[in-house]
Design a binder for this molecule. Structure first.
Ligand SMILES: [Zn+2]
Length: 427
């Protein structure tokens, strides 16, 4: 299939291109129906509303959601154990479930009987799969929902699925080659492993295989590995965000400039400490509300993923905002001058400069203010000349904060295993 055909078209043109103003109104109407349903059927949700002192009709706008607390993924285990099996979040009887999964950390995830329950059909169409694709699905098919949720969505849009599951690299290489598979779904590093194995066996991956498209999730896709897959192997690479709790959250369109929020959920990026919504470009926790899902009416579920969004119009014509890069997990952040910074951002800055061997961000407290400095160890033979300025610029663009830059010797880095060293003392 020609690449342009994969990059054209919409799964649901009317909904995807509805003006943001109209879409917002639609989301708010659905939110009100969701709240009524959750209040009536899910005791844990009723308690959440009552704790906030509001009734289901008091929340009318997306902003109003901020009066409700976040239910963090990290608390799900505890909540489910205290009110088994689903923590009071289930809105239907157990006999109304198609499957029950168990995710790591032992969190139970229900799947309802509705078609496209996880809302991934649109995600797979819009990332470029088309009817007739033969897809190797390498997400796990047991206990966790990853494998089956992708499988059914791909089949739902007319693809043929090969349930590869995880591991068995040799077999996966064979399947790809002998069945002339055109698509791959899985974590990006596993695709790399498969290609490497094929090449170790003396095969020419680009010429002997037929892989045209890979859609990845579950791991960060680095710019360099995407470039290599696209340029060296001619594979169209797109990514999406989904979790075992809520299913599809966001996906990349043809433009590859961030992941559009799916239109069937409310996606917020919030300050993880206060739960307040953040504006474009500000890093915070991705929080999801499942709309009109009678099975699992989760309202303000904290995924633990950190990201930021942009709402500038996308040339693809879709109107939903886009989640930009996934920055890391909430439990690894350090707050500096009101902004959250993550170890992966420090690595990203350092990786942009071949002159830098390693780096550490140091946070101190001086005169009631946070002071951030970036300590870099130069690679052998590199000169710091002219580097400080471009480094400071990079830090501003990645961390969204200003920092002083110091070039130091390896021996001057305290706790070198830490990318962020917090020396603040709070008395
Ligand atoms: Zn787009």
């Amino acid at each position: 299939m020609k690449k342009d055909e994969r990059l054209r078209g919409y799964y649901d043109e009317e909904l995807e291109t509805l003006s943001w103003k109209e879409k917002r109104r639609l989301l708010e109407q659905r939110l009100q129906r969701t709240l009524a349903l959750a209040f009536e059927r899910a005791p844990a949700m009723r308690e959440k509303l009552e704790a906030a002192g509001v009734g289901p009709t008091d929340i009318r706008s997306l902003e109003d959601l901020q009066s409700l607390s976040i239910t963090p993924k990290s608390k799900m285990r505890q909540l489910q154990q205290s009110s088994p099996p689903f923590g009071g979040f289930l809105g239907v009887g157990l006999d109304q479930l198609r499957r029950i999964y168990s995710s790591p950390g032992v969190i139970f995830d229900p799947e309802g009987l509705q078609a496209d329950y996880w809302r991934l059909q649109g995600v797979f169409f819009n990332t470029g799969f088309r009817p007739g694709d033969r897809v190797l699905n390498t997400f796990s098919y047991h206990l966790t929902p990853g494998g089956l949720m992708c499988d059914e969505a791909l089949a739902g849009i007319g693809c043929t699925v090969v349930p590869g599951g995880i591991g068995n690299t040799e077999t996966q290489v064979q399947l790809l080659a002998e069945l002339k598979l055109t698509g791959f779904v899985g974590v990006p590093s596993f695709l790399q492993t498969i290609i490497e194995r094929a090449e170790q066996d003396g095969r020419d991956f680009r010429r002997e295989f037929h892989l045209e498209i890979a859609v990845t999730a579950g791991e960060m896709l680095s710019d360099s590995s995407r470039r290599s897959l696209e340029e060296d192997y001619g594979i169209l690479v797109r990514q999406f965000l989904a979790t075992a709790d809520v299913g599809g959250i966001a996906y990349e369109c043809a433009e590859k400039n961030g992941m559009h929020f799916v239109d069937y959920r409310i996606v917020e990026v919030v300050n993880p400490e206060t739960g307040m919504q953040l504006g474009p470009g500000q890093i915070g926790e991705v929080v999801v509300t499942l709309l009109e899902n009678p099975v699992y009416p989760l309202i303000r579920f904290g995924t633990g993923d950190l990201s930021y969004y942009e709402e500038a119009p996308c040339p693809c014509g879709r109107t939903s905002p886009r989640l930009m890069k996934l920055v890391g997990r909430v439990d690894q952040v350090t707050k500096v001058r009101g902004m959250f910074i993550h170890p992966s951002q420090v690595e990203e800055v350092a990786a942009a400069f071949p002159e830098i061997q390693s780096a550490q961000a140091v946070v101190e407290r001086e005169e009631e203010r946070d002071r951030l400095s970036f300590r870099a160890v130069l690679a052998k033979g590199s000169s710091p000349e002219g580097l400080a300025l471009s480094l400071q610029e990079k830090i501003r663009s990645v961390l969204k904060l200003r920092a002083g830059v110091e070039f130091v010797g390896e021996e001057d880095i305290q706790a070198p295993e830490k990318r962020i060293l917090d020396l603040r003392k709070w008395e």
